[in-house]
Ligand binder design. Structure first.
Ligand SMILES: [Zn+2]
Ligand SMILES: [Zn+2]
Length: 251
C-alpha cells in the first residue's frame, strides 16, 4: 500500500496545505483520509494524478476545518461517496455545507456512515479500525491494514492509549506534531494548549507502540522541520521522516 500526502500543515502554515492523505494499493479503490482545508483538495488530487470522480471512500477524523474543510469540494463534485466519520463530525460537515452551499443538491448516493471506535470496518479492500484520540473535539486515529501491512495515522491529539493502540506494530505511524519541544517553551506550551503532540511525544508513542517507522505531519507555521527530525530521532531508533505535501511513502 502507498500513502500520498495532500497536505502536511496546520491551518496557518504558509507553505503547506492542511491535512489530507490518500491511501492506495494496486487494484483497490483509493481511500481518502481527511480532506485538507478547502478547495485545495481538488488541486492537490489533480497534482498527484487522482481523478476526483474516482474517489468513493472518505474518512474524516474530526470536524476541524483543516481536516473536514474539503468536504464541500467533494459534494460539489457530485459523486457517490461513502463518508466515514464520528456522529459529531458528520454534524460538523452538514453544518459547514448548510452554511456555505445550502442550495447545492447532495448526490443521492452519498452515504454518511457513523463510525464507532473499536469496531472493525471493511472499506473497499482495506481493513480499518478507529481509536479515540484526545483532542479538543471528538476525534479518531485511524489504523489501515492491507496485504499484511499496517498504517497508523493520528490526525490530531495529545498522547493517549488509543493513539498507541492505533500504531501498535505498524509498518508506518504517521503522527501529527505541531512543532518540536526545542522550538521553544512558548511554542511547546501552545502545542499542548491546542492539544497536539510535539515531536518528542510523537516519537515516544512510536516507541510505546513498537512501530517500525515514523512520519511527522501537521507542522505549525513556527515549526522547524530540522528540529522535529532531530528531536524524534533522539527518542525513536527506527526511520523517521518529516513529511511534505506531495510526498509518497510505501507502507
Ligand atoms: Zn484538530
Ligand atoms: Zn488539525
Amino acid at each position: 500500500m502507498d500513502v500520498t500526502m495532500l497536505g502536511t500543515g496546520s491551518p496557518m502554515a504558509p507553505e503547506r496545505n492542511a491535512t489530507g492523505l490518500l491511501v492506495t494499493a494496486p487494484g483497490c479503490a483509493p481511500l481518502l483520509i481527511d480532506t485538507c482545508g478547502g478547495f485545495e483538495l481538488p488541486r492537490q488530487l489533480a497534482r498527484i494524478g487522482q481523478p476526483i470522480n474516482q474517489l468513493q471512500n472518505v474518512i474524516v477524523t474530526h470536524r476541524h476545518m483543516d481536516h473536514a474543510g474539503g468536504m464541500p469540494a467533494l459534494f460539489i463534485a457530485s459523486i457517490p461517496l461513502n463518508l466515514y466519520a464520528l456522529p459529531d463530525t458528520h454534524m460538523g460537515i452538514r453544518d459547514l455545507m448548510n452554511a456555505c452551499f445550502p442550495e447545492w443538491p447532495i448526490h443521492p448516493e452519498v452515504e454518511r456512515i457513523p463510525i464507532e471506535p473499536g469496531t472493525p470496518y471493511r472499506i473497499g479492500d482495506f481493513a480499518v479500525e478507529f481509536y479515540s484520540a484526545d483532542h479538543r473535539v471528538p476525534t479518531v486515529a485511524v489504523r489501515v491494514q492491507h496485504n499484511g501491512r499496517t498504517l497508523g495515522f493520528s490526525a490530531d491529539g495529545v498522547p493517549n492509549e488509543g493513539m498507541v493502540a492505533c500504531a501498535r506494530d505498524a509498518d508506518l505511524f504517521i503522527c501529527d506534531a505541531l512543532c518540536a519541544a526545542r522550538d521553544g517553551a512558548e511554542w511547546a506550551t501552545r502545542a499542548r494548549s491546542l492539544m497536539h503532540p510535539v515531536a518528542r511525544e510523537a516519537a515516544e508513542m512510536a516507541v510505546a507502540a513498537n512501530a517500525r517507522s515514523l512520519a511527522l505531519t501537521h507542522l505549525a507555521r513556527y515549526a522547524n522541520a530540522d528540529n522535529l527530525l532531530a528531536e524524534a530521532r533522539e527518542v525513536f531508533s527506527g526511520p523517521v521522516v518529516v513529511l511534505d505535501d506531495g510526498m509518497r511513502l510505501s507502507v
